[in-house]
Design a protein around this ligand. Structure first.
Ligand SMILES: NC(=O)c1ccc[n+]([C@@H]2O[C@H](COP(=O)([O-])OP(=O)(O)OC[C@H]3O[C@@H](n4cnc5c(N)ncnc54)[C@H](O)[C@@H]3O)[C@@H](O)[C@H]2O)c1
Length: 266
């Protein structure tokens, strides 16, 4: 069979990855991976709602973005507070007219032996990583369900699927994020809202610096576990998040996408 242009017209494959005309909320946008995702989404065409408890960081980022001609809105919110999550979603809708994507990136960790793990430290990590993801998913998801379309990307971790010693709270929270992702995907699949998670390996961000400062051997030990032989740069998470937030992944939901230099394959 002859392959002619008529039989195989040019397929706009790359256009599927565009976020042009979409509005996306990114939590934890003030630092590290959230900041990289926010910049990447803006460059892919989205208006970005930059949510963080550290308002100075998102205010500065928003000002830089607006100066460069991108649509951006800084919002101060503590992801653990239902009322703040709900009003961040409302701010996105009232400013940009719609909400198409949510990236739940805000997260923290605390490292200590299980037998010494304080109750308040455990609660804090679970509240930010799991409850915060739940609250934003709930309120943003409700908005997306109204128009029967939307995509959510949660930030899991290697700790969603394998144990990281000294990180009982973190792994518990990230395992919870994985199951929250799958449950929401099953509840909302027929109603047009997709939800997936990325599982980052080890990225060079303040969170990693905190872990290595507390225990320098941690960095060396982690590095040995990555077949790719290096830690990742923050911008290396962006492509996976754009894929999962865009029409390019229209048949992907409930998936955990490891972006981990081969760590979980090892
Ligand atoms: N850096 C890594 O190697 C790595 C690996 C696996 C998973 N992750 C996950 O990626 C996400 C981002 O991590 P990062 O390394 O960029 O961290 P980071 O510390 O650089 O950034 C986290 C951001 O979240 C914000 N934040 C913290 N608590 C908040 C709250 N209660 N409400 C609102 N905002 C809050 C912080 O102000 C900060 O801007 C986290 O969920 C983390 O668990 C990171």
């Amino acid at each position: 069979m002859e392959l002619t242009q008529e039989k195989f017209p040019a397929y706009p494959a790359l256009k599927q990855f565009s976020l042009e005309g979409k509005t996306a909320i990114i939590t934890g946008a003030g630092s590290g991976l959230g900041l990289a995702v926010a910049k990447g989404f803006a460059m892919a065409g989205a208006a970005v709602v930059l949510v963080d408890s550290n308002f100075d960081s998102v205010k500065k980022l928003s000002a830089e973005m607006k100066l460069a001609g991108y649509g951006a809105l800084p919002v101060q919110a503590d992801v653990t507070k239902a009322v703040e999550a709900e009003s961040a979603v409302q701010a996105a809708v009232s400013t940009f007219g719609a909400l198409d994507a949510l990236v739940n990136c805000a997260g923290i960790t605390r490292r200590m032996p299980l037998e010494d793990f304080g109750e308040s430290e455990f609660d804090l990590v679970l509240n930010v990583n799991l409850k915060g993801t739940f609250l934003f998913t709930k309120y943003a998801g409700a908005e997306m369900l109204k128009k029967g379309k939307g995509a959510i990307v949660n930030f899991g971790s290697l700790g969603s699927v394998v144990a990281i010693p000294l990180s009982a709270a973190y792994c518990s929270s990230k395992g919870g994020v994985a199951m929250l992702t799958k449950t929401a995907a099953c509840e909302w699949g027929k109603r047009g809202v997709r939800i997936n998670a990325v599982l980052p390996g080890t990225f060079e961000t303040p969170l990693l610096k905190q872990c290595i400062d507390e225990n320098p051997a941690y960095g060396e030990e982690m590095l040995r576990r990555f077949p790719i032989g290096r830690f990742a740069r923050p911008e290396e998470i962006v492509g996976a998040c754009i894929f999962l937030s865009s029409d390019a992944s229209s048949y992907v939901t409930g998936h955990l996408l490891a972006v981990d230099g081969g760590c979980t394959a090892y």
